[in-house]
Design a protein around this ligand. Sequence first.
Ligand code: ADP
Length: 510
Amino acid sequence: MPKLQKILHPEKFNLILYYAITSFVVIAILTFAVGWIFQRMGRQALIKQSEEYAHYFIPHLNYEIYKDFLLPTIRKDKQIDLENNRRQFKRLDKIVREDVYGLKIKKLYLYDLEGRIIYSTAPEHVGLTLDRSVDKKFGSAVRGIPVSALYSEDSKGAFLMETMLETYYPFYEMTDDGSKQSQVGVMKICQDISSMNEQITRSYQKAIIIAGSSMGVLFLVLFLVVLKATRIINIRTKQLIDTRNTLEQKVEERTLEIREAYKKLQYTHRKLIQSEKLASIGTLVTGLAHEINNPLASIASCAEGLTGRLRTILEHKEGCNDKEAWEVFPEYLKIICDETYRCKTIISNLLNFSRQSEPEFIRIDINRVVDDTLSVVQHQSQIKMPNIQVNLSEDPCEVIGDPQQLKQVFMNLIINALHATEDHGDISISTCQKQAVVQVIVRDSGIGIKPEHLDKIFDPFFTTKPTGKGTGLGLAICYGIIDIHNGRIEAQSEGPGKGATFTVTLPLVT
Ligand code: ADP
């Protein structure tokens, strides 16, 4: 099958070759079929013509034979008995061989109704009886219906065949005026119709030549048409191939351009995420500064206290042995250490959040990501929004994702909730595992969202905040990040003043 498909492939298909092969086969079959039909029709016409001719003369022959040869024996012996009337037999034999009526009779047999041969051009057959069950043609003639058939006979040697027409006629008793009486036997005549057959063979050959040559001419005319068509097809095919190649090249160029554009888009997306991160940090920075300021103040006052004591001890040498003077050192130094570590934690959380890194999709527990995000916000929350309820699922909620990007999403949602509640109101953050998904729900009791804004808030640059406060990019970025994580983000709000709920749904990894 694949080989056939290859041959029939439009670019490989040789129309002229297949046209020539098919035409030759068809012409040969048609020519021989036409010849064969002509020959068959000719043979049937020949039989019909010979029969018609014979039918015209047979009654005469019947009359002559009956009157001149059979009647005398009947009168003499009261039965047909040529065997014992040798003179009559010889006379009949002579006349039959003399080409009566130009019928070219080669053999003549006379049978009585029982099938006994009463006369034959082959004298040795006289007296023999025909097996009527075998010879159906004889049976038909006995019932008064003449029958003919053609056959070939080897005449003068191995290669010379004569065409014979064998006919069985009913043989009648005749009155003197030539009218038929009752049937007395059957006459079988074998006529040589070779010359007529030759004519037929010649007309058969002519038919083959005429049919073959007219089809040959038709073949040539069609060949020229096919040749022309092939040329046109070849030109069109070449044009099509050229167009296809040009198209393929253009598609390749466009694909490259799209790939480049996609790379640029990804780069811009990363930059946007980063700038949104920095914007988030900007929002948090006041609270964070306050958070760092407190421990720094403690550290400074402890350090100052310790410096004063040390100076007093050093100025008054005897103070070196004053146990009381040294006692506060461990306590102050511990405060300095603790507060320094607290600052370090705040700064490392902040650095961790703001770090720009290549996206890296790994198996992560979403509870951990929410926790990390909260650790950055909590310093802020202590002064601005003390009422954040966190309710993380006890089951591990594992997803495949980039922790940095997901942190950015939750940070945006929490900061939006902080803005929406403005120092008063509640915020709750919860995670849960539902069938094949993990959900992170950020709910606030803040200003809520107008119904007509609900389907716009994820559009880039949509903001209801005053100029300089909102960019309208936070939720658009969240949408993009969650989309590449094969998840979805949805917002719900009962209306202005009724708070808002943001639900992030991500596929669970088991
Ligand atoms: P921005 O905060 O810079 O305006 P966002 O894309 O984060 O940009 O938010 C788009 C808009 O969605 C906000 O301007 C606000 O109208 C609305 N919005 C987002 N979160 C909340 C929320 N928690 N409560 C009420 N409205 C919100």
